[in-house]
Write a protein that binds this ligand. Structure first.
Ligand code: FES
Length: 409
């Protein structure tokens, strides 16, 4: 007989059947910060921690050949198996193992190693130390249940908004395209098209199709991009209604954010990114949680401010390398100046290597900074509700980045 049970904590379904003993035997029991857990045999402590929402720092991607050890040594934990601290990324969980992630000895050693890494990567110093450290403390069962309840409320809201927007999405997107096409700034940029420098150069662009990727199919996206980047670079994105974003991508009213308002250029890690027009550096910021493999955020992000005629607009470049953050706020930039390079998956929010480019109006910057009380992080994915609001107010938030890209030679 097969029984179906729903586990609230892990939010997945478990089949209990006659072969259960086989599944049971392939798991080991271990203790994480005093709590008993079971996980698959053969996985590392790091993987086990992540499956229980406990994130350990992991920045091996930043170490290089200049170091004796090609390790970041930021994933150190205590176990009952060894006197010294062990690397969670290379140590496998064992039956009965006791793991402590937050002891004084582990924390101070991690801090020491972090300082060593900052010397090699000065741009890390602009990232708040131990950003995301709160994730190192496992969520309590109560918090998990609260999150679960919130998800239910969100799902109800999503259903309501989906019903309305399912019927109207195409007309909203078409009307928004017309609004930006007829805007004075679009016309002005087109008049200056001969002064635009390529943002990414070296290879031809081909269209990538990400629309079939299901929610959170990040691994599939990485495989797709890695298989396709070669002879050409990839491009896609403006006003695409994408399914890949996680459930918690919602706007402040709870409407699902799924319309991508930038253009993504997919190219290998290290590909230079250039300013398309004269500008000043408006912000240079790390967005996201450095200790989390996938948080879906921008990672290192540069925003440039441009003045053209009587108009001011802004361009954003997300998913860059940490070194790109060496670009100082207020620096005057000429068209064609290198502003950074494409970052890798471990620091770019967990995405395949690319840069997200978006063109933002002064209105968006003012409204969003007022709402969020911060600078340097602006949404790259909007709800249809927000675009609808732009249409009702006859106000553009995002212009088409292809205006700056389609003149690339
Ligand atoms: S040593 Fe870098 S993640 Fe373990």
């Amino acid at each position: 007989m097969i029984t179906l049970t729903k586990s609230l904590e892990k939010d997945y379904t478990i089949f209990v059947c006659s072969s259960y003993t086989t599944i049971k035997n392939s798991k080991v029991t271990f203790y994480l910060n005093g709590k008993q857990h079971k996980e698959k045999k053969g996985i590392s402590i790091l993987e086990a921690c992540r499956s229980f929402d406990l994130y350990l720092p992991c920045l091996c991607s930043l170490t290089n050949g200049n170091q004796k050890k090609k390790k970041c040594d930021l994933c150190l934990v205590e176990t009952n198996e060894q006197v010294s601290l062990v690397n969670a990324c290379t140590t496998k969980i064992k039956e009965g193992m006791k793991i402590e992630t937050n002891t004084k000895r582990a924390t101070s050693k991690i801090l020491q190693n972090w300082k060593r890494l900052v010397l090699l990567h000065p741009s890390l110093s602009s990232v708040e130390m131990f950003q995301g450290r709160k994730d190192m403390v496992s969520k309590t069962q109560q918090e998990k249940e609260q999150n679960f309840q919130q998800t239910i409320v969100q799902n109800k809201r999503e259903k309501k908004s989906d019903e309305y927007y399912q019927q109207n999405s195409q007309s909203i997107l078409d009307n928004y395209r017309t609004l930006i096409k007829n805007s004075p700034l679009t016309k002005l940029i087109l008049e200056h098209k001969n002064q635009i420098h390529p943002i990414v150069k070296g290879k031809e662009f081909v269209s990538f199709d990400l629309l079939n990727l299901k929610r959170m199919a990040i691994d599939k996206m990485v495989d797709y991009v890695n298989n396709k980047i070669g002879q050409n670079y990839g491009i896609c994105g403006f006003l695409e209604k994408r399914k890949i974003y996680p459930k918690n991508f919602i706007d402040i009213e709870g409407y699902r954010r799924n319309v991508h308002v930038g253009v993504d250029i997919f190219a290998p890690q290290g590909t230079p990114v250039y300013a398309p027009m004269d500008s000043t550096v408006y912000t240079s910021k790390y967005n996201g949680n450095l200790w989390n493999t996938f948080d879906g955020d921008y990672g290192p992000t540069i925003v440039l401010k441009h003045n053209i005629g009587s108009h001011t607009f802004y361009t954003l470049y997300g998913h860059l390398s940490l070194n790109s953050l060496n670009m100082k706020v207020g620096t005057t930039i000429k068209a064609g100046t290198k502003i950074g390079e494409i970052g890798d998956k471990n620091i770019n929010g967990g995405w395949p290597t690319h840069t997200h480019i978006q063109v933002m109006s002064n209105n968006l910057i003012q409204d969003f900074e007022f709402q969020s009380k911060q600078k340097g992080d602006y949404p790259g994915v909007l709800s249809l509700k927000t675009l609808d609001m732009c249409l009702n107010n006859n106000s553009v938030y995002f212009y088409d980045p292809n205006l700056l890209i389609s003149h690339h030679k």
